[in-house]
Every structure is written in structure tokens, then in C-alpha cells.
Design a protein around this ligand. Structure first.
Ligand code: SF4
Length: 712
């Protein structure tokens, strides 16, 4: 038998961005291997990556995929499979009606960090350029928008300054609010190997829970949920007190030191220890290791970001790097991990309510003019300013202000917080379009039109991983049925709408008729910007493999080595952020603090990984964890069904007692929605309060009560 053909591509799950070799016969994907030449993983894959081919079996493609467009009657009539012509007639007809009756701002797009950069480019043009609505946001708002704003406030640009090589070169690694052992497994293998190679390596983990990552730590700071800013201020106070500040770096390359020094004067390690619930000696120890190490790097993710203080959590940690000069050198810097495979690409393409292509700002009129010119808008046309972030988009829909929602490659009826509001919004909209590869998500029943999209193994484009490394994604087999690439669906609608709304000029999509054409337009949008990739063509990526941005005279893996920061003064900016206690605190009625988490072998809402029985071997079903003493106090037993209640909703889950949680804390994995759980699923419990700077919801912070479930 002839060996299978191999197509080089990228894993569609997490932001590590591992390279994969897809084995196939041209019609069917038969296997997957790690790409030994990819610099993110050098051939390694985690359980999710190793089983990718099982998400594309003939059975999955035949029975779980959306294969043709479907018109749905939300009044209860039977769904009607239709051809593309009828589906697009309905989509365009309804969009034009709503646009004419209520104006462009009545239309919103909710897209995804799983889309390819080229898809983002197409939807951004469709929303802002053709329809002129400002309302396009991404589910990336839920995972990294606090990191984006933190970098911009502190360093002047949304650019993680480190690479995976830095993670290996660090002599001291501080992991805060992240569990890479489970959520970024291949990167974690690199951390383990680096520790084995470096005697004296220090690993500090900041996490309320004793996670699998924390179990490897030399020092685990098991702080109370929501006290990260207090901890980072306490660490900075210790550094100042001990004379561990890099005075030369602070005086030559930063600004805002004096007021921050004043602020943290009161944050003695003793006070921080009391606020955070950790031993004071541990704060002194962590400060010493971090400041005195020749190379200290921090890794952080949702534990810092998914908080009402998300941006402050980020900037307080970056303050620590700036004060100790732990940035811009090998093995040092603040390194935010991305959750999704292309959250970073969406930021570059400006597919978010607060961004424009090339890291431009929609609030800046000059930036809007730049993009209008790039896209070929006529002189009279203006691009809209900033729009609604993800949660406010659904709030506006619930109020009846947004009349049409186009949801692409994401499942808001499971993944957004405060599901009661989300469902109200989806029900109230006059038009809901759901563009998906899989037709059985929780959001699909709310759609008027379901559009079948191609997915991993079937589409072409690029993604950018956590270390700013751009990799090609390639098609190995054609999509099933009549499914089409996401960018192509947006383009088709854009051509039709432009012909009606903007007949005085050529369509914005006239020339961008392929992923490569969209990529070339995207490259041009970065010219002269901090992420300049004008030199990075498909041909170069194909010939030389994945590359990091900026790519002006070659890839740049590490930023700020010249100690110049992209701020008006060229200096990094200390941020004076006060510590704010949790907005939704435990009380007599809701005495526990709930956090949402991830399990090792599952991915987000399970729409892809849930097709693989093997991935349910470690954990097959949802549960709530509680410290054994908290369970005992409530006379609850292991395995018992318990009722979870928050101020936002309730559900029932089996109890698991686990002393790796702190007292008065509980956690539930985020993966299960209302199809499996009672009530509105895990996110029926969560709140939509947001970080005021980033708009990122506090998905990890809710006050909770647990009691025996009343079963019929
Ligand atoms: Fe895919 Fe992430 Fe696993 Fe790599 S670590 S194989 S990118 S899920």
C-alpha cells in the first residue's frame, strides 16, 4: 500500500501552535503526527493534537458536520436544507432590510479566535467596510483582552515580548494564573526539560489551586482568588526594601516610578501576605528569586485575565519586570499565553471592537483613514469607530438595539457568561446567522440561517501563536457536502451587499478572492507598524517555515532588546494600579468562591474534541470540586449530587472532594453547557461583570452556595 500523503499544517486547539503533519489520501484524513521541523513543538503533540484525525473521520464528517445551508423556523417548524443561493438570498435580504430600517449599528458580528487570519480579514472588511457597523468582536475578548490592554498600557504595544526559547532559558519562571501542564501541554514539556537541564532553576507558581503545574513548583503561592494585584505589589515592595531594583533600567528606560513607589510603600509583604492568605516568608522568597535571578520570565493566562481587575493584574506583574530589569534579554520578560490557536492573528487583523488592522485603533480618526485607503473605500466613505465588546454586544441585542447577529465559529450559548442574558439576546434578534462546521452546538437552535463552514484539515491560511509565530494552515481534503471556507462566505456576502450599498465603487472584495490575496492585503496593513510583516509572503512561509513578527529584516523572536519601547517617550510605563477586592465576594448566602477551569483532554465547548471518545478517558463527565473540610461541614459526600447556586443561576453536579483546592473555594470545568447540565450549564453560574479597561468578563469569579440536590 502506498504511504499516505502528508500535508504540513497547524493544530487548531491551543495557542502553543504546534505544527502537525496531516496524513491523508486526498479524500480522507487518516492520521496526524507532530511536525519535527516546527519550532513550537519539534514533533511533540499532546493528547488533543494526537487525536485530531479522529475529529475528521468519515462518520464525523457524515453525521456531525453541517453539510448544507439550513433555514430554520424559530417558531418551531422543521428546518429546511437549502442551496447556497437561497441561503445567501435570505442572509443578504435580511441584512439589507435591517440595515435600511435600523441603520448599520443594528448589525453585529461575533467571531472567533479559531478563525484563520484571512477569515478575520474578510469579516472585518464585511462588517466595517461594507456594512459600516462598528460592532465586530471576537470570543478572544473572553481570554486575552486584558493582556492586550496590559501590554499597551505598560509597554506601548500589544506585543508579547518573549519566545518559547526564552521560557527554556529563564533561570526563574513565575507562572501566574495558568496551568500549562493541562492547558498548554507541549510548552509545559519544554519547561520540564529546561528545569531538568538547569540546576538551580526556580519555578514559582501563583494559583489558588494546587494544580498539576503547581505540583512541580519550588514555591507555590496559593493566594486567595482575586488578590493578584496585592501579591505583585507586595513582591515589588520587597524588591525595593531589599535594594533589588535595577535602578539604571528604571531611570533610563521607564517612567512613572515615583508614584508607583509611593503606592506600594504601604504594601509590605506582611500586609500582602495577610490579604492574599500566603506566608509572608514566601513573598520575600519569591521576590528574591525573581529579582536576583539573572533571567526571570513570567507566564500568565486566564487566571489573571478573566477578572474584573484583569488589566490591573497584568500591569502589576509587568511593573515587577520593569522594576527589576527583567525584560528585553534572553530568558526574561512578561509572557502572556494565548488560549486559542489564532487569538493573536485576530489582534493583528483588528477583528475586534477596539482594534483595526495592523494594531490600529478605531478611536483614532487617522487610523480609520489609513484602513479605509487600504481597503479601497471611496473618499466619501468613513469607517466606524469602536464598537461593542463581546458581552456588551449581547447586552445591546437583549435590549433590542442589535437586530442582527452573525456568529462565526463560536458557541456563545455556551461560552459567554450570564447565559440567561445571552439567550434573551439571541431570542430577541430579528436575524441570527450561525456559521459553523458542526451543526449541533448550543447556539445552532437559535439561528435563522445555518451556514456550513469548512474547518481544520480543509482550509488554507495562517495562524499566529503565543510567541508571535505565524504558521501556515493547509487543506488536506475538501470539506464535506457544500461546506465552504469562512473567508469565502464573507466574501460572497460582501460582493452582493457592496453591489447594493456601495455601487459607486468596486467591491472591497473584488481583488481579495483567495486566502493569499487576503494575506497580502493584511501584510500591507502592517507596513511601518510594530508588527510589520510586509516581507512575509506565503512563498516565504512555505519555503522557510513559521516566522515571528515583526519580520522587517528577518524574524524577531525577542522584543525590546534595545530597551526602546513604542511609547511617545520611548520608555516603558509603570502603572499605578490600586488593589481592588473581588466585586462579587462570598457572603452568608453565597459563602464559596467559584472559579471555572479547564481539563487536560478537553477543549472549550467540546464541539471538536467532544467527537473523540478517547479524550473522555481521563475525565468523562463534569463535576464540582470542593475541599473535603468544606464538604464535611455541609455533610456532603464524594459523588453526591449537589445543587450549585450563584446570583446568576444554578445547576446540579456530582461532588468531588479534593484538598488541592483552598478552603471556601470551588471549581467547575468550563466545558459543559446546557445540553449536559441542568439550568443553563456552567456559564449559567458566571457573571458578566467586566474589567473596565479591557471589557474582559470575570468568568473566574462568582460567589457560590452548595447544598444537597433536591432530586424528584
Ligand atoms: Fe495542539 Fe496545544 Fe496540544 Fe500543541 S499543545 S498539540 S497546539 S492542543
Amino acid at each position: 500500500m502506498a504511504p499516505p500523503t502528508q500535508t504540513r499544517s497547524t493544530c487548531p486547539y491551543c495557542g502553543v501552535g504546534c505544527g502537525v503533519l496531516i496524513e491523508h489520501d486526498g479524500a480522507q484524513i487518516t492520521g496526524v503526527r507532530g511536525d519535527p521541523d516546527h519550532p513550537a513543538n519539534f514533533g511533540r503533540l499532546c493528547t488533543k493534537g494526537q487525536t485530531l484525525h479522529l475529529t475528521a473521520t468519515p462518520q464525523v464528517r457524515a453525521h456531525s458536520r453541517l453539510r448544507v445551508p439550513v433555514l430554520q423556523d424559530r417558531g418551531g417548524g422543521p428546518p429546511k436544507p437549502v442551496g447556497w443561493a437561497a441561503a445567501l438570498d435570505r442572509v443578504c435580504g435580511e441584512l439589507l432590510r435591517i440595515h435600511g430600517q435600523h441603520g448599520p449599528e443594528a448589525i453585529g458580528f461575533y467571531v472567533s479566535g479559531q478563525l484563520l487570519t484571512e477569515d478575520y480579514c474578510a469579516f472585518n472588511k464585511l462588517a466595517r467596510g461594507v456594512l459600516k457597523t462598528p460592532h465586530i468582536d471576537s470570543n478572544s475578548r473572553l481570554c486575552m483582552s486584558s493582556a492586550v490592554v496590559g501590554y499597551k498600557q505598560s509597554l506601548g504595544a500589544d506585543a508579547p515580548p518573549c519566545s518559547y526559547e526564552d521560557v527554556e532559558q529563564a533561570a526563574c519562571l513565575l507562572i501566574a494564573g495558568a496551568n500549562p501542564a493541562w492547558a498548554h501541554p507541549v510548552l509545559f514539556r519544554r519547561i520540564e526539560a529546561a528545569r531538568a537541564r538547569q540546576p538551580g532553576h526556580r519555578l514559582i507558581v501563583v494559583d489558588p489551586r494546587r494544580t498539576e503545574t503547581a505540583e512541580l513548583a519550588d514555591l507555590h503561592l496559593a493566594l486567595q482568588p482575586g488578590t493578584d494585584v496585592a501579591l505583585f505589589h507586595g513582591l515589588l515592595h520587597a524588591c525595593i526594601w531589599q535594594g533589588w531594583v535595577d535602578a539604571g533600567f528604571v531611570s533610563h528606560h521607564t517612567e512613572g516610578w515615583a508614584p508607583l513607589k509611593d503606592l506600594v510603600r504601604d504594601w509590605t509583604p506582611a500586609r500582602a501576605a495577610q490579604t492574599c492568605g500566603v506566608p509572608e516568608a514566601h513573598i520575600w522568597q519569591a521576590a528574591e528569586w525573581f529579582a536576583q535571578s539573572p533571567r526571570s520570565l513570567s507566564l500568565y493566562c486566564q487566571g489573571l485575565n478573566q477578572s474584573a481587575s484583569g488589566t490591573a493584574n497584568n500591569t502589576a506583574l509587568i511593573n515587577l519586570h520593569l522594576a527589576t530589569g527583567q525584560i528585553g534579554k534572553p530568558g526574561a520578560g512578561p509572557f502572556s499565553l494565548t488560549g486559542q490557536p489564532n487569538a493573536m492573528g485576530g489582534r493583528e487583523a483588528g477583528g475586534m471592537a477596539t482594534l483595526l488592522p495592523g494594531h490600529r485603533d478605531p478611536a483614532n480618526p487617522a487610523h480609520r483613514v489609513d484602513v479605509a485607503k487600504l481597503w479601497g473605500l471611496s473618499g466619501l466613505e468613513r469607517l466606524p469607530g469602536p464598537g461593542h465588546d463581546a458581552v456588551s454586544l449581547f447586552e445591546a441585542a437583549a435590549r433590542g438595539e442589535i437586530k442582527a447577529l452573525w456568529i462565526v465559529c463560536t458557541n456563545p450559548a455556551q461560552s459567554l457568561p450570564d447565559q440567561a442574558l445571552v439567550r434573551q439576546a439571541l431570542t430577541r434578534c430579528e436575524l441570527v446567522i450561525v456559521q459553523e462546521a458542526f451543526g449541533d452546538t448550543a447556539t445552532a437552535p437559535f439561528a435563522d440561517v445555518l451556514l456550513p463552514a469548512s474547518t481544520w484539515g480543509e482550509k488554507e491560511g495562517t495562524v499566529t501563536n503565543s510567541e508571535r509565530r505565524i504558521s501556515r494552515v493547509r487543506a488536506a481534503v475538501p470539506p464535506p457536502g457544500e461546506a465552504r471556507a469562512d473567508w469565502a462566505i464573507a466574501r460572497e456576502v460582501g460582493l452582493r451587499l457592496d453591489a447594493v450599498l456601495n455601487p459607486h465603487r468596486p467591491s472591497l472584495f473584488a481583488r481579495t478572492d483567495s486566502p493569499e490575496a487576503l494575506w497580502n492585503e493584511h501584510r500591507e496593513s502592517t507596513r511601518g507598524r510594530d508588527l510589520d510583516i510586509t516581507g512575509l509572503s506565503y512563498a516565504l512561509l512555505d519555503e522557510r517555515g513559521p516566522k515571528t513578527w515583526p519580520f522587517v529584516q528577518g524574524p524577531q523572536a525577542r522584543l525590546y532588546t534595545d530597551r526602546w519601547f513604542p511609547t511617545p517617550s520611548g520608555r516603558a510605563r509603570f502603572q499605578c494600579v490600586p488593589f481592588r477586592p473581588l466585586a462579587e465576594r462570598a457572603d452568608a448566602q453565597f459563602p464559596l468562591q467559584l472559579t471555572t477551569t479547564r481539563l487536560r483532554d478537553h477543549w472549550h465547548g467540546l464541539s471538536r474534541s467532544g467527537r473523540v471518545p478517547r479524550l473522555f478517558g481521563l475525565e468523562g463527565a463534569p463535576f464540582v470540586r470542593l475541599h473535603p473540610q468544606d464538604a464535611q461541614r455541609r455533610r456532603l459526600a464524594e459523588g453526591q449530587l449537589v445543587q450549585l447556586r450563584t446570583r446568576h443561576g444554578e445547576t446540579v453536579l456530582p461532588l468531588r472532594c479534593d484538598d488541592r483546592l483552598g478552603l471556601s473555594q470551588a471549581d467547575v470545568a468550563m466545558h459543559w453547557g446546557s445540553e449536559v447540565l441542568s439550568g443553563l450549564g456552567v456559564n449559567g453560574l458566571t457573571q458578566r461583570r467586566r474589567c473596565p479597561d479591557s471589557g474582559q468578563p470575570a468568568l473566574k469569579q462568582a460567589a457560590l452556595s452548595i447544598s444537597p440536590a433536591n432530586l424528584p
